[in-house]
Design a protein. Structure first.
Length: 107
């Protein structure tokens, strides 16, 4: 299991244990993390799993793919340089302690 930390708009942190090889989005949904809507179920077509990645973790995640990049332009909350779609982040042991901030809205 890999620990993922979500921080909501009121600066409250919630830590979950995510299964390796899953996605951050599916782990969030399975643990009832509020703020991850995931309308498309992780098919990278809706952008309702938008998160802000703690900048220290950006190099670990690698580059944003072309499809993800286009979808990030359609998010309900402001796109920032550290914006990612949780459905596109695969959980690995290297992400233990990954910290994500939830945007103020997803749709």
């Amino acid at each position: 299991m890999t620990k993922i930390i979500f921080i909501d708009g009121k600066n409250r942190a919630r830590s979950i244990d995510a299964k390796n090889n899953s996605t951050v989005m599916s782990a969030a949904v399975n643990h009832g993390v509020g703020g991850i809507v995931a309308e498309c179920g992780g098919n990278a077509i809706c952008a309702t799993c938008h998160v802000y990645v703690d900048e220290a973790w950006l190099p670990t995640l690698g580059l944003v793919g072309e499809d993800e990049d286009m979808l990030l332009d359609t998010t309900a909350a402001i796109r920032r340089p550290n914006s990612r779609l949780a459905c596109q982040i695969k959980v690995t042991p290297a992400l233990d302690g990954l910290t994500l901030r939830l945007p103020d809205r997803q749709s």
